[in-house]
Design a binder for this molecule. Structure first.
Ligand code: HEC
Length: 201
């Protein structure tokens, strides 16, 4: 008997903790959304197939956050990082990659990709990576592509902002930044050397 009454007391307390409870008693004539007829996930519902609220998605449905098999070429091939950028890398692609890198990546990774940016000191938990140091130079293109498409740790995904082709453009530009950092000015073609001389302080 004692245990039964204590169960009742707990039940009464639990009922008192209803999250819908408000401090002001609502106007009884207003229809409140919390009181509307509805089924919650995992609840039974005889009106629906198999008597369940949750239904299997229709055949062929694609999750919102994932894309179907890539028409361009994805981050991995047979379970390994893609070693070659699967679209033609020409000046247009790299220039587009530069534009997108400077728009979406440079705020954190820096215009040079070296992890020096205004945002970086505020991301103490995980600093935006230096994308042009020796470690990052060893990343296969697929790994960089994956970071862009799916995000990485604290870094968000850019799959909404960039198409797959544009993402490969960014990967190509990151590669260009890596090569540029490791190249001696003396080995540049004459016109590039002249431009550099004009820009240097
Ligand atoms: C909001 C800041 C931010 C932006 C913008 C951002 N990143 Fe990152 N990125 C990070 C941080 C932070 C990490 C390290 C995350 C971690 O270690 O948890 C990271 C990691 C990476 C890595 C390493 C992934 C690996 O496999 O080790 C790559 C590559 C990368 N970012 C590329 C990019 C590219 C390309 C863009 C633009 C499309 C971009 N990031 C935009 C913050 C950012």
């Amino acid at each position: 008997m004692t245990s039964f009454s204590s169960v009742l007391a707990v039940a009464a307390l639990a009922a008192g903790c209803r999250t819908e409870q408000t401090l002001v008693t609502p106007d009884p004539h207003l229809e409140r959304m919390v009181d509307q007829p509805k089924v919650r996930p995992y609840e039974a519902d005889t009106a629906l197939p198999k008597g369940m609220a949750m239904q299997r998605p229709p055949e062929g449905a694609i999750p919102f956050a994932r894309t179907a098999a890539s028409p361009v070429g994805g981050a991995t091939v047979d379970g390994h990082w893609t070693e070659r950028i699967p679209v033609a890398v020409d000046r247009t692609l790299v220039q587009q990659g530069r534009r997108d890198f400077e728009t979406f990546c440079a705020a954190c990774h820096g215009v040079l990709g070296d992890g020096t940016s205004a945002v970086a000191p505020h991301m103490q938990l995980r600093r935006p990576e230096n994308l042009i140091d020796a470690d990052a130079r060893g990343y296969p293109p697929g790994r960089v592509f994956q970071a862009v498409r799916q995000g990485y740790g604290l870094m968000p995904s850019y799959a909404v902002e960039l198409s797959e082709r544009e993402s490969w453009g960014v990967v190509a530009y990151v590669r260009a930044l890596q090569i540029a950092r490791g190249t001696l000015a003396a080995r540049l073609p004459a016109d590039a050397r002249a431009e550099l001389a004009r820009e240097s302080p």
